[in-house]
Ligand binder design. Sequence first.
Ligand SMILES: [Fe+2]
Length: 199
Amino acid sequence: MTTAAAELLAAFRSYLISLEDPAARDFAAAIDWTMPARALEPAGLSCLGHLDRAVSLAPIAERPLVEMLARHRNEWRWGQTYASADFGQHFMDNYGWVELFGTRGHFANDRIAAGFLLLGPDITYPDHHHIAEELYVPLTGGTGWRKGEGGFVARASGEIIHHPSNVSHAMRTGAEPLVALYVWRDGPLAQKSTIGRGG
Ligand SMILES: [Fe+2]
């Protein structure tokens, strides 16, 4: 029987290996895709309503992945790393992620973690950094991304955004929500990010 999680993993793999970018290829090659499924109790979040708009925003290459994420939204274990004391309640109401694989994800992997980040419209995810090296691929466009000391740059869907270890980064949505794919490696895979610039 093919589970929704197995379908999502297959779609995630197809998408990641389709990206013609050295960093994406390097991350994809480092993943052992034969990972055991982990039975997780589903958990929802208030931000999940933004998934429907994200599906309609996603271009043709990204849409199957976003559509699958949205269609099975009630089967995923959505989580939040922060609390309202970090970035406020409005942020918490419009932010969430699901780990597809990793130390806590729907598939067990203790070397690399990956999943999806969801942000609602008009949300700033302030500067933060972490030990793990990170690859982000926005699946919807129009969000501003900042890396290191630079300003916010609008990133299209399908762009590759690479954050080396401990380099701070921030995201800022405009009128539309964001769904982005992420991959983490070479660091504590369940670390709460350190808030603020630095690194
Ligand atoms: Fe990050």
